[in-house]
Design a protein around this ligand. Sequence first.
Ligand code: IPD
Ligand code: CA
Ligand code: CA
Length: 255
Amino acid sequence: METLLDDAIAAARLARGIHLYYQEKGFEVGTKTGPTDLVTQADKETERAIKDYLLSRHPQHAFLGEEGGQEKEAEYRWIVDPIDGTVNFAHGFPFFAVSIALEVKGELRLGVVLDSTRDELFWAVRDRGAFLNGRPIRVSATNKLINSLLATGFPYDINKDRENMVYFENALKRGLTVRRPGAAALDLCYVAAGRLDGFWEVKLKPWDVAGALVVLYEAGAMVTGMEKEPYELGNRYIVASNGLIHDELMQTLLG
Ligand code: IPD
Ligand code: CA
Ligand code: CA
């Protein structure tokens, strides 16, 4: 795992270099499913660079990336979001990251999330702890929902599926403090680092969460669906917290 972690970190640093280059130079922006679902030249180029780097070192591995989809089946599979927080990236709002995870025989083994503008590297290997720039991290000790700092996010097609508007309203009606930072991978790492006490979202994709999940588990977080069922990649709901506020959070969201 040690070499694989080094490779994941090197690929994330490569990605950061591309992010910063395009933030400086400017880039073309296109749309995907609608006018607010953006994709930039940097998303595509970053994914290509990560894929080339990882597969040149491990040609037998499979690769799943947001922009290019899945390439072959294998016991080892990289799961990559080249820019998580593309809308932030496109506007120069400095909250976006690259996320890289490695799954072995269907189990997530390592995760790396690098915040490009702050140069904050979150990483974890299963059973070896979670780290931020080399220092161990742990979830917060906040034990009351009303004292918590929470975050959520919304899918691009929110008007087709308004479920999270109801959860969001339920949280606001209770007077809770909720942020919407716009990069789920970082939001989840912030729960792992104790900067947020809880996070939830509906309809996240495997590449949004895979890297951060390992960091969360190793930092002592609880990660479930809306009914406390263990979270599995691709599930519709994700609720991540320090564990202490988890039940209260789910109950409040469901109203
Ligand atoms: C998005 C971000 C955002 C979340 C969206 C995701 P992208 O990923 O993580 O915070 O609310 O649901 O799709 O498109 O920036 O990679
Ligand atoms: Ca994403
Ligand atoms: Ca993305």
